[in-house]
Design a protein around this ligand. Structure first.
Ligand code: HEC
Length: 192
């Protein structure tokens, strides 16, 4: 039998051992992700935009001998409002035929209609300068214009982009809000 005068010591020892076991099981620094600073968010956003090919459609291009390259002066500003469409035949873009792109890939014409890549720069009136992070995230997650409006048209690959984590979408948003604003009112889509 435990001598009653040792009970307080026994109790203290038990508490010590239990604390030791609990603290050895949880490593908060390993399970809780570190919050990125604003500079880190922007850097990650730039990386994701590059990797995600956003420039492929959202930046107008300079045509080189080896093909189109994003125009550094107008990065991510969408289809230029003053660039007319080349002629095309509507019967070529019906179901089962072709999807046409202009040479900057900022316009696509297919059976659904004509879609123009959006201005993703932070210009207040013509870009996404007036969008808060929630609107941006909801647009990419739901595939609806600004998260609540009409369906976002092809070829915007929102289905894949929607699977990014909240932090990645926040990073892309932070980067896009940090780039040079370009005034360019992209035309509204045309539905066939
Ligand atoms: C294959 C071409 C293509 C690629 C690649 C692409 N987009 Fe788009 N995006 C479009 C087109 C076209 C539209 C306009 C669609 C419309 O008007 O419905 C658009 C629209 C958008 C919009 C506006 C959505 C809204 O609410 O109206 C956002 C935001 C956007 N894209 C973000 C991105 C980001 C971020 C990336 C890269 C991770 C990206 N896009 C890659 C073609 C593309």
């Amino acid at each position: 039998m435990l001598n009653s005068k040792y009970i307080p010591y026994f109790f203290i020892l038990s508490v010590f051992l239990i604390t030791l076991v609990i603290s050895s099981c949880s490593h908060p620094e390993e399970t809780t992700a570190k919050q990125l600073t604003q500079a880190e968010l922007i850097k990650r956003g730039a990386y994701l935009v590059e990797f995600g090919g956003c420039n492929d459609c959202h930046s107008t291009k300079i045509m080189t001998e080896t093909g189109p390259l994003p125009d550094p002066a107008q990065l991510l500003s969408g289809h230029p409002v003053d660039e007319p469409l080349a002629e095309y035949k509507k019967e070529d873009v019906v179901k089962g035929k072709w999807v046409l792109f202009n040479q900057s890939s900022t316009v696509a014409i297919g059976p659904w209609g004509i879609s123009y890549a959006a201005n993703l720069t932070p210009d207040l009136e013509t870009g996404i300068g007036g969008w808060n992070e929630e609107v941006f995230k909801n647009a990419l997650r739901t595939g609806k214009h600004m998260g609540a409006g009409r369906p976002i048209l092809p070829p915007m690959p929102w289905q894949g982009i929607s699977q990014l984590t909240d932090e990645d979408i926040k990073s892309i948003y932070s980067y896009l809000q940090s780039i040079k604003p370009v005034k360019n009112k992209v035309p509204d889509p045309v539905l066939f």
